[in-house]
Design a protein around this ligand. Structure first.
Ligand code: C2O
Length: 550
């Protein structure tokens, strides 16, 4: 194992898309940002220097941060932000993980433009558990705003505006040919015939789960969230914000006169206006011998894929149910067979009275909020991990997060009038290595909607999912405790529930939240305190000396 050093200069850069030129917050002037490469067991050291007028933090999404809890990155959870002119060195070792992950800003909505891939190769001389690809490359989905993203945030926060307000979705930062004024901003993948390509798909969009398909080609899914899965073929994928999916694309015979669109557009079942536009890249065959160069006198035919309807929840449910852990001798699935601590969390939207002198866009002029068990999580103004580590009594949080909803109701039926959302910085304390089950129940308050729930510091097993209200007497009997998929972000089904299990074997403070940026802002988040274990490696280390101050 070696140490890989990176410097991330966070600075402004002019970028043009859709005929609008904007000054974007970038890393090293790149949009999307640079790729971090490492091998399993390598140490990664990234010096982040803040040269913009905003506070910044970077999160290494999916990296477990074992023994490097202070490098996780969510603002006011594990660290205070890096202020203008300051820097912070994120220093972590990638323990027992390989695959595709990604990094993004974790403060305000800066991740709109501050994001990039993390590619973790297996240890030297360890092959993939699938055919060796001829080439591999990241495909990272994002969004583009003609307006300033800061203006987009204040709209969402103050008025509670609709969540889907970008002007385009993007593939590797490019909107593609289906948008006006975007012909030249199209991602092109030139392939040779009869080869296998590994595409590392990452959904970095702020507020949308996306369907993705390549015209006339199916792909084999081999990995999700940097964990190998039992391979399966599909024509259409769904990928939620925060999720990563590795797929093998086997190219066909040489097609000199065709351009195959690789297209993505949202899956959305919520209320209100939404963006149903499509981003596309182009898959093109290049001839392998220069003598038979393609017949360029003919204009290539553009072939489009078919994507499901924007609200096709049945497709999503079938697709999600196909994922299984590899669960073999080399990559066993360590699924908790018994549970020490059960949680039942409602996740969903709600609304609060509109503050005076404001116009709010929630139902009946109210202001949108979002909550877990009716608690809308409020970030403190110093980092919770620091507050926990200092062992002072005047903590910035309380430890009374409810393990079940305060007042149960028919979650997927007609919602009650008073949904009683309250604000608070409430956490759950877990002894080291507790085996945890969380049932995440979607609610229909202000519309049923799928929520991509992400937990920092852990991967979890998705042991069950279903529609309607979770039934604690019947549903657990159908859990898969043998080879459930393991991941770090899961879609709570629209109008349904999902059950996850994990061992709390990582001491520290760990954020859990909906990976829709708008729901995160509205409060659909909470955090866990995992206590130290007995061994030295099971204890939270002290903070690094350069940890930013608030
Ligand atoms: Cu990818 Cu807390 O986030």
């Amino acid at each position: 194992a070696i140490t890989r050093h990176y410097t991330f200069n966070v600075r402004l850069q002019n970028v043009t898309r859709l005929c609008h030129t904007k000054s974007l917050v970038t890393v090293n002037g790149k949009f999307p940002g640079p790729t971090i490469f490492a091998r399993e067991d390598d140490r990664v050291v990234v010096k982040v220097v803040n040269r913009v007028q905003y506070n910044v933090t970077i999160h290494w999404h999916g990296v477990r941060q074992l023994q490097s809890q202070w490098a996780d990155g969510p603002a006011y959870i594990t660290q205070c932000p890096i202020q203008t002119g300051q820097s912070y060195v994120y220093n972590f070792t990638i323990v027992g993980q390989r695959g595709t992950l990604w990094w993004h800003a974790h403060i305000s909505w800066l991740r709109a433009t501050l994001y990039g891939p993390i590619i973790i190769l297996p240890k030297k001389n360890v092959p993939y558990p699938f055919v060796k690809p001829y080439k591999e490359l990241p495909i990272i989905f994002g969004e583009w705003w003609n307006n300033d993203t800061e203006a987009v945030i204040s709209q969402a926060l103050q008025t509670g505006g609709g969540p889907n307000v970008s002007d385009a979705y993007t593939i590797n930062g490019l909107p593609g040919p289906l948008y006006n004024c975007s012909q030249n901003e199209t991602f092109k993948l030139k392939v040779k015939q009869g080869q296998t390509y590994l595409l590392r798909l990452i959904n970095s969009a702020l507020n949308d789960e996306l369907f993705f398909s390549i015209a006339n080609h199916s792909v084999t899914i081999v990995e999700a969230d940097a964990l190998y899965v039992k391979p399966f073929m599909t024509n259409i994928l769904l990928i939620g914000p925060g999720q990563t999916t590795n797929v093998l694309l086997k190219t066909k015979h040489h097609h000199p006169n065709a351009q195959f669109l690789m297209a993505a557009r949202p899956y959305f079942t919520g209320q209100g206006t939404f963006d149903n536009t499509t981003t596309a890249g182009i898959l093109e065959y290049v001839s392998s011998s220069s003598s038979s160069s393609s017949n360029s006198s003919k204009r290539p035919v553009l072939i489009r894929p078919t994507l499901p309807a924007i609200n096709d929840t049945a497709y999503v449910a079938n697709f999600s149910a196909k994922f299984r852990s590899l669960a073999n001798a080399q990559f066993p699935a360590n699924v908790p067979q018994t549970v020490d601590k059960n949680f039942f969390f409602t996740v969903g939207l709600g609304s609060n009275p509109c503050p005076k002198n404001q116009t709010c866009q929630g139902p009946n002029g109210t202001k949108f909020s979002a909550s877990i068990n009716n608690i809308s999580f409020a970030l403190p103004n110093t980092a919770i991990l620091q507050s926990y580590f200092s062992k002072k009594s005047n903590r910035v949080y309380t430890t009374d997060f409810p393990s079940t909803p305060l007042i149960p109701f028919n979650y997927t039926g007609t919602p009650p009038n008073n949904t009683m959302v309250m604000n608070g910085t409430k956490l759950v304390v877990l002894p080291f290595n507790t085996s945890v089950e969380i049932v995440l129940q979607d609610t229909s308050i202000v519309g049923a909607e799928s929520h991509p729930l992400h937990i920092h510091g852990f991967n979890f097993f998705v042991v069950g999912q279903g529609f309607g209200n979770f039934n604690p007497k019947k549903d657990p009997a159908n859990y898969n405790l043998v080879d459930p998929v393991e991941r770090n972000t899961v879609g709570v089904p629209s109008g349904g529930w999902v059950a996850i299990r994990f061992f709390a074997d990582n001491p520290g403070v760990w954020f859990m939240h909906c990976h829709f940026e708008v729901h995160l802002s509205w409060g659909l988040k909470m955090a866990w305190v995992v206590l130290d274990g007995k061994l030295p490696t099971q204890k939270l280390p002290p903070p690094p000396l350069d940890l930013p101050k608030c």
